[in-house]
Design a binder for this molecule. Structure first.
Ligand SMILES: Cc1ncc(COP(=O)(O)O)c(C=O)c1O
Length: 474
């Protein structure tokens, strides 16, 4: 069934859309960005012109002109009697065209594969006869890999046995499985904002009502808000990234970790700790002890080799107490029938080299971060660049709330990015931009040059009243 978006929901998703003149083009651009980000899925029915005009306090002719512009660029179709519907993106999208010509794609923060991976794959392939003699359907995961993952937790100070580990096809599938087992329609889930957008998608699909708790690059987690949200909404689950949070790069202090554990325990919530980025340490040295020690039965950890080794490996896992693991295993076949044997064997072998992998990652991410920070300080000194000790990205604060307009403009210059609101749970973050530092340093420096040109043009095109008004309220 095709979906529809109400005028109110579209107005909320558009946020501070009025970033240039004429207003109808600014509106059309903002809707284009929602389509590009997949925040508006293809075949979504848009509100009637009159309703959107009322929700945005605009004249109907402005909305009509915005829809006309979207029709002309092939982003929507308007059918007599059934209103306007978004269309699948076409090749004509400037970002796609640019991508074909060697654009810099920073929409995903995905480091290149660890250089030793191909060699390990070749070794495992040499043993293919033994692998294909297995049954092949394995919803729990191979014992060799589960033991390697358990040993990895033990090294990090979290006592774990192989029976507490379930192997998944990446962390994303782990989030989906945990959400589908633990959540019912309308259940509250506490979540950081900004956060990892595909977790939001998975939780919402499982029926969750999300309660956002702010995290900032300066102050970290807003513990007052978190404690109030736990006490007032009694969330079934809290989804958190305690180490090198995506996108802010912040890590929880010991006190923050303890506060979340305590508040979660009082509210009876399961704490789901997504540690996909936890091993991407550039300068911190070691993990603080907060969430280590024996896990209470209400803590579920999710991990992955996606960022540490390669996104294409598609190996992740869930670490949870035995009963929960059994519930996840029972629910899994509806979703998939296991992780491929070859990838599991490669993953098990990789854990033997984990020290070397972490050191290579650290060097690679340091080079990216330092190149990006250096280029930003030189080319766009008016942006506030946070001190970031690990993870995959910088969460930049712009000097005007024009993130979406910037992302649209720089796209036409061959740099593909996601705007701040993509990482938001309940709207906002128009003043922020996530810049991954996972690409090669020379690409990052080129991307910053394009951003500097774009920023000059976007700021010059923004209505003066808009920039001033937004600056005074943000
Ligand atoms: C915080 C976080 N969780 C989960 C994922 C998904 O990981 P995987 O590729 O293992 O599915 C990502 C990938 O970007 C991520 O950043």
């Amino acid at each position: 069934m095709d979906s529809r978006i109400s005028a109110r929901a579209l107005a909320a998703a558009l946020g501070g859309w009025r970033t240039r003149e004429p207003a109808y083009e600014a509106l059309a651009d903002s809707i284009r960005l929602l389509c590009l980000d997949n925040r508006l899925a293809p075949r979504t029915a848009l509100p009637a012109e009159r309703e959107l005009a009322a929700a945005l306090e605009l004249s109907r002719s402005t909305v009509a002109a915005g829809y006309r512009s979207l029709r002309e660029t092939g982003h929507i179709a308007s059918l007599r009697g059934s209103g306007s519907v978004t269309l699948p993106l076409r090749r004509r999208d400037p970002g796609r065209a640019a991508a074909a010509e060697g654009a810099i794609d920073l929409q995903q923060a995905s480091p290149p594969a660890w250089p030793g991976l191909a060699g390990i794959m070749a070794d495992v392939a040499g043993n293919a006869a033994a692998l294909v003699s297995r049954v092949g359907y394995d919803v729990l995961g191979s014992v060799e890999l589960r033991e390697a993952i358990a040993a990895h937790y033990v090294r990090r100070g979290v006592p774990t046995s192989a029976s507490e580990v379930l192997v998944t096809t990446g962390a994303q599938s782990a989030i989906h499985l945990v959400a589908s087992v633990l959540l019912g329609r309308g259940d509250r889930v506490l979540i950081e904002t900004p956060t990892y957008p595909h977790a939001v998608d998975a939780l919402r699909r499982a029926g969750a009502r999300l309660v956002g708790v702010p995290v900032t690059t300066d102050q970290g987690w807003d513990l007052d808000r978190a404690e109030q949200a736990f006490a007032r909404t009694l969330p079934v689950m809290a989804y958190l990234m305690p180490d090198f949070q995506n996108p802010t790069g912040r890590s929880m202090s010991q006190a923050e970790r303890e506060a979340f554990l305590l508040a979660g325990e009082r509210a009876g919530s399961v704490l789901v700790l997504d540690e996909t980025t936890a091993d991407l340490d550039i300068d911190r040295g070691s993990l603080p002890a907060g969430f280590s020690g024996s896990d209470p039965s209400t803590v579920v950890r999710i991990g992955s080799l996606g960022k540490t080794v390669w996104g294409g490996l598609r190996v992740g896992w869930i670490r949870a107490e035995g009963d929960l693991v059994r519930r996840f295993v029972a629910a899994r076949p509806a979703h998939d029938l296991g992780t491929p044997e070859f990838e599991q064997a490669v993953a098990a072998a990789l854990f033997g080299d984990f020290g070397e992998i972490a050191a290579q990652r650290s060097a690679l991410l340091r080079a990216g971060r330092d190149a990006l920070v250096g280029a930003l300080e030189t080319r766009i000194p008016q942006w506030r660049v946070p001190v970031t000790h690990g993870g995959v990205s910088l969460w930049i604060e712009l000097d005007a709330a024009l993130s979406s307009a910037l992302v649209m403009d720089v796209r036409s210059r061959g740099v593909l990015l996601s705007a701040g609101p993509r990482f938001s749970v309940d709207g906002g973050h128009d003043r922020h931009l996530r810049l991954p530092f996972t690409a090669p340093p020379d690409e990052l420096v080129r991307a910053v040059s394009s951003l500097a040109e774009s920023w000059t043009s976007v700021r010059a095109g923004a209505p003066v009243s808009f920039v001033e008004r937004v600056e005074s309220i943000v």
